[in-house]
Design a protein around this ligand. Structure first.
Ligand code: AMP
Ligand code: GLY
Length: 423
């Protein structure tokens, strides 16, 4: 079959790397892709939100299956766009329809879903410009730290955690009254602070059946020791060593099962990935957020551990036969370390030539913000390349990634040297 992947990051290179190994995949396209996807697929320079151009590509290339990488096109309704078009409705789309994508598109929608289905999560209330005074009063009833979340998509910047009540009130005003995050902060969710260690759980569903993929932990802060600004993710480890079988069983029974059943009860069709951000409070998992896609860089450690032919799995998701699939996982650990442009997540330069990629033998270099220019691989984004390795233990895998990184070079390259430090 012919397959199209939408996106251009390390996640999409990992999808392409895995799908290219499938016996069922005939032609593989990535839009817009990067220098890594160009090695295993055909890149097509179309943006992920340009639905008419995507339609033309799907028809021209007789694409049978579309795998949506990032959340934006899902929240914008790409799956609905396919279902509502006579010429496209036979094409399978991996990723939920717009209604269910609101689990990521609106924090309030997600909280209401969690409450409705009795899934453990932080207590909350939501506020608008008209109820900002009630918001201040609600903050008074909480103890620090204060968690404020812009309701809509805010490029990963919409969550603010503050220790001081006056700063929290000022932030609430800035979001609701001064539109700090534009329309994304028309509503703000104020949440109870949960103290614990975070991990992520990944679920595949066809809307009825589900399969749980290995857990992963990512490292979001730019600085060592989890300090400094938030990023898209600086590295990841799978499996998560503290996620024991007993803890995983709690996640499945208390969170995964009621989530999939809740989607069904609420009549929210869902074919795709559910990425559940969790926090371990004492011995109990609680939901911090839902994402309606795979994580990046978590995909770069989860998919290399999946032994199945990925296209078989994706087809089963699309056909509603996921119950017929046995997921097989490599017992080895996988880790990935992200190389970023100096300055990221603030201003950084682009167009730096990356050298040494071809000398890497013990790791898989997944390209992210990197593209081909005159036959050379050059940086084109903040997160540039994610170096994944396997090991009998996560420590061994991390060591291999650092050894491989020593062979790579670009001007102002930066990476965290402490991935896994807290495990
Ligand atoms: P989110 O965008 O919802 O994943 O939030 C971003 C980050 O904020 C999470 O990864 C957590 O580190 C932190 N966070 C979000 N909600 C809470 C909460 N209720 N308690 C503690 N930390 C939180
Ligand atoms: N690494 C976190 C995310 O993909 O949202």
């Amino acid at each position: 079959m012919n397959i199209l992947i939408l996106g251009s990051g390390g996640r999409e290179h990992t999808f392409a790397w895995k799908i290219a190994q499938s016996k069922t995949c005939k032609s593989l396209f990535v839009a817009p892709g990067n220098s890594g996807t160009a090695e295993v697929a055909t890149n097509v320079n179309i943006g992920v939100n340009d639905f008419p151009a995507i339609k033309q590509l799907v028809l021209d290339k007789a694409v049978d299956l579309v795998v949506v990488g990032p959340e934006d096109p899902l929240v914008n309704g790409i799956h609905d766009f396919f279902l509502n078009d006579e010429a496209l409705k036979h094409v399978a789309v991996i990723g939920p329809q717009k209604a269910a994508a609101e689990l990521e598109g609106s924090k309030e929608f997600a909280k209401e879903f969690l409450y409705r289905h009795n899934i453990p999560t932080a207590a909350y209330e939501s506020f608008t410009k008209a109820t900002v005074e009630q918001g201040y009063a609600f903050l008074e009833t909480l103890t620090a730290p204060y968690v404020l979340k812009a309701d809509g998509l805010a490029a990963g910047k919409g969550v603010v955690i503050l220790n001081d009540i006056d700063e929290a009130k000022a932030e609430l005003k800035s979001m609701l009254v001064d539109s700090k995050f534009g329309s994304a902060s028309t509503k703000v969710v104020i949440e109870e602070f949960l103290d614990g260690i975070e991990l992520s759980c990944f679920v595949l569903t066809d809307g009825t059946n589900y399969k749980v993929l290995p857990t992963a932990k990512d490292y979001k802060r730019i600085g060592e020791g989890d300090t400094g600004l938030n990023t898209g993710g600086m590295g990841a480890v799978s499996p998560v060593p503290f996620a024991t079988d007993a803890f995983l069983e709690k996640i499945e029974q208390r969170i995964v099962k009621p989530t999939v059943e809740g989607l069904k009860k609420d009549n929210l069709p869902y074919v795709g990935f559910i990425f559940i951000g969790l926090i371990k409070v004492g011995d109990d998992p609680k939901v911090i957020e839902y994402n309606v896609r795979m994580g990046d860089p978590e995909t770069e450690v989860v998919f290399p551990r999946l032994k199945n032919d990925l296209v078989d799995v994706l087809q089963a998701m699309a056909n509603g036969t996921l119950d017929k699939i046995d997921i097989a996982i490599d017992s080895r650990a996988a880790t990935t370390i992200m190389l970023v442009s100096g300055g990221y997540p603030e201003a950084y330069e682009k167009g730096k030539v990356i050298t040494g990629i071809e000398t890497i033998e013990d790791s898989i270099p997944f390209h992210a913000g990197a593209q081909l220019e005159d036959g050379k691989v050059v940086t084109s984004g903040g997160r540039v390349m994610s170096i994944t390795s396997y090991g009998e233990t996560y420590q061994e895998a991390i060591k291999k990634s650092y050894q491989s990184i020593a062979k790579l070079q670009f001007d102002k390259m930066y990476y965290r040297k402490d991935i896994g430090f807290d495990l």
